[in-house]
Design a protein around this ligand. Structure first.
Ligand code: HEC
Length: 136
């Protein structure tokens, strides 16, 4: 478990370094300001699903970053149960409120979310937050 945590934090460090270098709008800073009240990055969750397992879902569901980022951006603007990548999260946490950020910021933070995927986590699906346990 310790080793896993270490791998996860190394992945995070690498990701944020890459982001800071390539993004004019800093997705991580936008996340810290607007999202981190509810979302943690790694489990355990606060009042919403942690970002890293969500990112794993997106990488499983969408082939390209563009598709994934389009979905995330649209979801942030108007969260809907039919659109959710993980409807069980809504049962557990309630529906996310729509965010009124400028489009460019929503897109930047959506790209940041996508980039939180850590291939080292492999079967990242639901890691540690017990999404399996949420099944009836
Ligand atoms: C007031 C609390 C709150 C804030 C603030 C918040 N979220 Fe959420 N978010 C939730 C909850 C609760 C869910 C799970 C239910 C759902 O999917 O609607 C969720 C779900 C999500 C999902 C999964 C969407 C999907 O495809 O199913 C993403 C991605 C996400 N949030 C990103 C963000 C980002 C990025 C921000 C900041 C720009 C943010 N959230 C701000 C509460 C919040």
């Amino acid at each position: 478990m310790k080793r896993l945590l270490m791998m996860m934090s190394v992945g995070l460090l690498l990701n944020s370094a890459a982001n800071a270098a390539t993004k004019s709008l800093d997705g991580q800073a936008i996340f810290n300001l607007n999202c981190s009240v509810c979302h943690s990055v790694t489990p355990p969750p606060k009042t919403a699903p942690p970002i890293m397992p969500l990112a794993s879902h997106y990488h499983q569901k969408f082939k390209t970053k563009t598709e994934g980022v389009n979905h995330i951006t649209a979801y942030l603007k108007s969260p809907k149960k039919e659109k959710a990548i993980d409807p069980q999260a809504i049962t557990r946490f309630g529906l996310m409120p729509a965010l009124t950020l400028p489009d460019a910021e929503l897109r930047a933070v959506a790209e940041w979310v996508w980039d939180q995927y850590d291939p080292n986590m492999g079967m990242g699906r639901g890691m540690g937050m017990g999404s399996r346990g949420m099944n009836p």
